[in-house]
Ligand binder design. Structure first.
Ligand code: GRF
Length: 199
């Protein structure tokens, strides 16, 4: 399966996918990495793996919708089977979802439907929950609302800061992402309403 991965930051989830794809038995290849900003480690990781990259910045377009269409065009050029948002900090819009809805995945560092949005780890910490985790889902028009593919549970420790909790979540998140994307790539998947079935 051909994967296009979109990033906005450090790209440790991307790195986990790149490492997994080095094994032919994994059944997927990262064919391109896109970003909404320059100069990020995620793009450097792609360069080091000799994977083509592209950047589409919202500010370079007259409207958000133009950006959304341009992003979809750039992604489409690489003919992906799956698009993986791996720490991509923008919401994709209707034009993008028209073309890639049902096969665009995102990971969220909380157990959906709890704590959607930009600060899942901090919101979980502030609420005082004892377990949190990460959620892999099929992107829809909402914020972290899509049909759930997989979830992984992580304990909250008494001395956690948002940073230490997020690091623990990210370790589990990478494993979940690699396992699930591999299964989806090798065996396929179906989405029926909110139920995602692998294989
Ligand atoms: C991940 O926890 C992701 O869920 C969140 O941002 C983090 C990205 O980390 N949206 P990285 O860029 O893959 O290291």
């Amino acid at each position: 399966a051909r994967l296009v991965v979109l990033v906005s930051g450090g790209g440790t989830n991307l790195q986990a996918l790149l490492d997994a794809c080095a094994d032919p038995a994994y059944g997927a290849a990262v064919v391109a990495v896109g970003a909404d900003r320059d100069g990020i480690e995620g793009l450097a990781r792609a360069d080091r793996a000799a994977v083509p990259t592209f950047v589409a910045k919202v500010g370079d377009f007259t409207t958000r919708d133009h950006w959304d269409r341009a992003l979809a065009d750039r992604v489409a050029a690489f003919e992906p089977d799956l698009v993986v948002l791996a720490g991509f900090m923008k919401l994709v819009g209707p034009a993008f979802l028209d073309r890639f809805g049902g096969r665009t995945l995102n990971t969220h560092p909380a157990l959906s439907p709890s704590f959607p949005g930009m600060n899942g780890p901090g919101d979980a910490l502030d609420y005082g929950v004892k377990v949190t985790g990460a959620t892999l889902f099929v992107v829809d028009a909402g914020i972290d609302t899509g049909a759930i593919v997989a979830q992984t549970v992580v304990p909250v420790e008494v001395d956690d800061t948002t940073a230490t909790l997020h690091e623990r979540i990210k370790a589990a998140e990478r494993t979940m992402l690699v396992d699930s994307v591999g299964r989806m790539a090798r065996d396929g998947f179906t989405v029926e309403g909110r139920r995602v079935r692998l294989g």
